[in-house]
Write a protein that binds this ligand. Structure first.
Ligand code: ADE
Length: 274
């Protein structure tokens, strides 16, 4: 996969040299290219922002440098990149980033990121880009960052680990929280490693029993309990057909039941621990 990032802070993206993403780059699985937005300015001050039309606080990123930078990225298409990149614009006003969107982006051969600083990029840049390439505006959560670079790191890491051959163990994302399948919309439960006794705390006995059926059952029960405690909003997405009688019994014990009329699982009020 090819990834281009246009930014005024290329150094903010240094972590792309480290760990999983860094190794994927070194192996040639990811071709990451950083571009300095200021190189596409034409004035001595290398200005990238200006005051907003209509007034209000903050500054808006000027269209000309962004357009010139994106033109250059698009013009550099190589064989195998795809004709145009999918432009990903991190913004708190975008579509929420989820595992599903990560999967969708992982299927594209070429992503270009346009992380903004200040109040955002002049809207016309996004509109004009959308006439030439797919554009997704993406929010990584309901909070406001000082700029989109951290969102780029989040999105690239989530996408990169889904690319074929990037994770060491091909099984590693099968049980991820939010992965499609039997564990969809369930948070992963707790995990343990050696030593078996640490500061007087043991490991749940079932995990050292060697009984794989029981271990799978325990993990699923833990996932139910953790999801109910931390993300009760996910409960209504659970699929009745994906639940066997053991699941339903475990859910019953947690105060979760299938409501035929509502067509979804309901639960007794959950105490949110502070
Ligand atoms: N830029 C500022 N806040 C953001 C957020 N929550 N997601 C993506 N980009 C952002």
């Amino acid at each position: 996969m090819r990834i281009d990032v246009v930014t005024i802070f290329p150094e903010y993206l240094e972590p792309l040299n480290v760990s999983l993403v860094g190794k994927a780059r070194a192996r040639g699985q990811l071709d990451v290219r950083l571009h300095e937005l200021r190189e596409h300015t034409t004035d001595v001050h290398r200005t990238v922002d200006d005051s907003p039309y209509g007034g209000g606080p903050g500054m808006v990123m000027k269209p000309e440098p962004w357009a010139a930078a994106l033109d250059q990225v698009v013009a550099s298409a190589g064989p195998g990149d795809g004709a145009v990149p999918t432009l990903v614009v991190p913004t708190p006003s975008g579509r929420l980033f989820t595992q599903e969107l990560a999967q969708e982006l992982a299927g594209r051969p070429w992503l270009a990121f346009a992380p903004a600083r200040y109040e955002g990029i002049d809207r016309r840049v996004i509109e004009e880009a959308a006439e030439r390439m797919p554009v997704v505006e993406v929010s990584i959560g309901d909070y406001v960052l000082a700029g989109g670079e951290v969102a780029v790191l989040v999105i690239v890491e989530a996408v990169a680990r889904l690319l074929p051959g990037v994770l060491g163990n091909a099984e590693s994302h099968r049980d991820d929280s939010f992965a499609p399948g039997r564990m969809a919309d369930l948070l992963e439960g707790p995990v343990y490693t050696k030593p078996a006794d640490w500061r007087g705390r043991g490991v749940p006995e079932v995990l050292v029993s060697g009984n794989h059926g029981k271990i799978a059952r325990w993990r699923r029960d833990q996932a139910f309990a953790r999801t109910l405690a931390n993300r009760p909003d996910l409960v209504e997405r659970w699929d009745r057909d994906g639940m066997d009688k053991h699941d339903l019994a475990a859910l019953g014990a947690l105060g979760v039941w299938w409501d035929e009329e509502a067509g979804r699982f309901l639960h007794t009020p959950v105490d949110v621990e502070q």
